[in-house]
Design a protein around this ligand. Structure first.
Ligand code: XMP
Length: 513
């Protein structure tokens, strides 16, 4: 039996993945499909509901993305958001027009009045704040629809044809600025689409294990394990499904954080799998010796990684399936723009070219990052593995400015551990998205005891971000920074100065190299 499915039809809006995540958070499976997806393909998914997303276009622009009119005859409830709402109105006989400057163009938090008799707003207060971002508005609404919400500037913030199950909102229920947005989506899913809430991670795990067993049969699977969340969870899922047929190659390049390699190894000892940890610290460090240029370091590490993996794969012999930890945001196809772009993401760059295998298995392809973490917990991976922050493939080499040496890496590992430890003790770990230490190449004079020191400066970096494309530096309380600083200079020889990085991205990047 498969899950009930809601389709999020993507018209190119900026919050489309967020809509899908919000739907799944309500226990309903959904998929994002480009608005150009053929009707037959959408019908084949047998959706219980369809959500039209927002988008940058204007429905009266001939080049704007359109919906197949047949969608309105499927008998499936539709919720149109922003552009999706205008599209609904436009297609069913209403009139959409550009808002005159001060009349109905709205942006930002907007006090909104709702009709609580509308199913979409059942059980919610009659007044609350919504998040608007639209330049067009509905001049006239189609026959059969009524107005179900208004703001001071706009009489038709929401429309509904409850007999046909069509609802449109000009605002964005998926963003947190809309006070009761989650409840509105819940109403759409449960009251209007009749969702059963059959999307749970426990259930997903069981189905995924079953599917993997069917697909893989008695084939052999090879996975390159980086120690990051995605490849670890992919490995755990495969271990559960086809343990004895699975080989995980964990290339420990010696550029991991304190104890990280041992933690990864320990986590996988619970399964009956072939776990190969290749300790290649010396090999990597000798290749990196004398290299100071950031891109040079990255290139060397990427290439060596592939060489090591290749050598291991050859020794293993027969491989039928190569597994990868690709996740849903990496494969969602965009619904707008001239060309649909599909990103193909490799956790470890460029792997498949040199290993002889039948097929790639990507067991996390349909999951968002937070779902991957949940699945990891469901599979019994320890919390420190599943909740870990992003860690770059080149590891500490790009956080150790200048030449990378074992001595410098060891200093950095200890200092980085102290920083993470103090953040955890202060209960702040959940409030920042990425935080780490960087060993700068700056040496300066200090005084310790009665003696002069001439040692390294450590930089602390912490950012708050939702997409890692832009980021703000985190306002860590001074007392916490102070504890880190005191511990680092006392516990880590040859660091005599601690700096806190107060640069956002842009203009800085998150990592230093
Ligand atoms: P930047 O430094 O570009 O980093 O602002 C953005 C995010 O990407 C991570 N990052 C990497 N992740 N391989 C990875 O898997 C890499 O080579 C790499 N470089 C940067 C970085 O940690 C941050 O989360």
């Amino acid at each position: 039996m498969s899950h009930q499915t809601v389709i999020v039809l993507d018209f190119g809006g900026q919050y489309n993945q967020l809509i899908a995540r919000r739907v799944r958070e309500q226990g309903v499976y959904c998929e994002v499909k480009p608005c150009t997806t053929p009707l037959a393909e959408l019908k084949a998914r047998n959706p219980i509901g369809i959500i039209f997303t927002g988008g940058p276009g204007s429905v009266y622009d001939p080049a704007a993305p359109q919906a197949d009119p047949e969608l309105f005859r499927l008998g499936v409830p539709i919720l149109g958001i922003c552009y999706g709402c205008q599209l609904l109105a436009h297609n069913l006989g209403g009139r959409v027009a550009p808002a005159q400057s001060d009349t109905a163009r709205e942006y930002g938090k907007t006090a909104t009045h709702f009709d609580p008799d509308c199913k979409l707003f059942h059980g919610l207060p009659a007044e609350s704040v919504t998040w608007m971002s639209h330049g067009d508005y509905m001049e006239t609404v189609p026959d059969g629809f009524r107005l179900t919400a208004r703001s001071a500037a706009c009489p038709n913030v929401a429309i509904a044809d409850e007999a046909r199950g069509f609802y449109g909102v000009q605002f964005h229920p998926e963003v947190n600025h809309t006070e009761h947005g989650a409840a509105m989506l819940r109403n759409f899913l449960y009251e209007i689409c009749g969702a059963a809430g059959d999307w749970t991670m426990e259930d997903y795990k069981e189905r995924a294990v079953r599917r993997l067993r069917e697909k893989i049969g008695d084939g052999r699977v090879l996975l390159a394990l980086s120690g990051g969340v995605d490849s670890s969870v992919a490995a755990a899922l495969l271990a559960e499904a086809v343990g004895p047929q699975l080989t995980c190659v964990f290339v420990d390049h010696g550029l991991m954080r304190l104890n990280e390699g041992d933690e990864v190894e320990a986590a996988f000892s619970q399964w009956d799998i072939r776990f190969i940890r290749v300790n290649t610290e010396e090999r990597f460090l000798s290749k990196l010796s004398g290299v100071t240029e950031p891109e040079g370091k990255r290139k060397i590490i990427g290439e060596e990684f592939i060489r090591v993996f290749e050598a291991e794969a050859k020794q293993i012999g027969r491989v039928d399936y190569l597994a990868q930890g690709t996740i849903y945001p990496d494969v969602i196809e965009s619904g707008a723009g001239d060309a649909a772009v599909i990103k193909s993401h490799h956790n470890v760059g460029g792997l498949p070219d040199y290993v002889d295998f039948k097929e790639i298995v990507e067991p996390l392809r349909m999951l968002f990052k937070d779902e991957v973490r949940q699945l990891g917990r469901e599979l019994g991976l320890p919390e420190y593995l599943v909740s870990r922050q992003p860690f770059p493939g080149p590891g500490l080499a790009i956080r150790c400015i200048g030449e990378v040496t074992k001595e410098k890496l060891d200093m950095l590992r200890r200092a980085d551990f102290i920083f993470r430890d103090e953040i955890a003790k202060a209960g702040l770990a959940g409030t920042m998205d990425q935080y780490f230490a960087v060993l700068t190449n700056l040496r300066s004079v200090g005084v310790m005891g009665d003696g002069r020191t001439y040692d390294y400066a450590l930089a602390l970096r912490s950012v708050t971000t939702s997409d890692f494309m832009t980021a703000d530096w985190t306002r860590i309380p001074y007392e916490v920074l102070d504890r880190v600083s005191v511990r680092v200079v006392n516990e880590v020889p040859h660091i005599n100065r601690v700096l806190y990085d107060i640069t956002s991205k842009p203009p800085a990047t998150i990592e230093y190299e």
